[in-house]
Unconditional design. Sequence first.
Lengths: 212, 173
Amino acid sequence: VRGNPGSAAAGHPTVATIEVSIGCVSDADLVVRAREGDTEAFGELVTRHQTAVFRAALAALGSTADAEDVTQEAFISAYTRLSSFRGNASFKTWLLTIAWNRAINRRRSLRWRWTRTVNIDTPDMELEPMSGGLNPEQLASSDQFRRAVRREILALSPKLRDALLLAQSGEYGYDEIGAMLNKAVGTIKWRVSQARRLVKARLRALGYTHVG
Amino acid sequence: MLDDLIDGVARQMTASQPSVAFTRRVVARVAQLESKGHRRRWGRLVWLLAAPATVFIVVMAVLVFRDRVVWQPSAGPRSNPTRRTAPAEQMAPEAPVAEATSDTSKVHAHARASDVNARSTPPTMVATSDPDLAPLVTAPLEIVPLGVAPLPRAVPIEVDALSIGHIDIAAMP
């Protein structure tokens, strides 16, 4: 973002145009500029937070195409509602809340449920039989076992799965997850722990008794 | 160990990035929204200004053309162009000169009666140029002569001369 060449600079040719690196500007300042119609400032906000928003949407939807759609909608929605952003929470938290609500709405939609049902029935998602003759380390690193874990994570209830995927994405703190899901931090931590416990129990039930 | 494995798998499930052109797409849509918003704002402004502008034009047109318009009287008994007001001398005969009387109460009574008659009498008399119609002439008003009694002669007022008596004041001790 260049310094605004206003009337003073225009009247004094010796005044150099001030170059300001947008990377040093805080989210709050970028929000102020974006409110005034500076699309470049909003573009910087998109660049900063697109991964976090995208991963939240991916955790909720499980599909990169849907997640990207929701991410884009969330940013557009945030831009149109910038005037309602009061700054009580950080811009990232506010944006994540918008994105999460949009992702949940899409997950609840009938169309998405139908697509999801078809995806679950694909052969790729079928649980493969347990391999024998592997020690715990070999088994843990095998693709077969990882697919089993993935399958069990997907089989979790949405509440537990969301908490686990969001916590492990590496993009959010527990407080941000709590703000997104509108739950207390303690509740989020319990859900993550419970999700792990359930996955382990199911794996053992499937015969992976010597792992962990 | 298994916890780490579960966490690792969970991390992989969300380890993805939006496409490279994502930011550009979002910014393009935002710019599109901005231009639409500008157009919408201008459109709204035009619609808001249309009503007062119309009223202003109408008012100005009325003000400009008001004096130039010649009102054509419409057909009807009141606005018949052939009718004209009768000359003043035909409207009513001159009232006779009031004669003085000595009876004051009678004068006041007559004055009230003539006032009522004057109010109830149609104010105008209209003649027409139509030869078939006889000119409308109202009967002359009967006005009783107004008499005013002469004032009685004034009696001069006589005031006695003032006389001031002598006042004795005792000396202060």
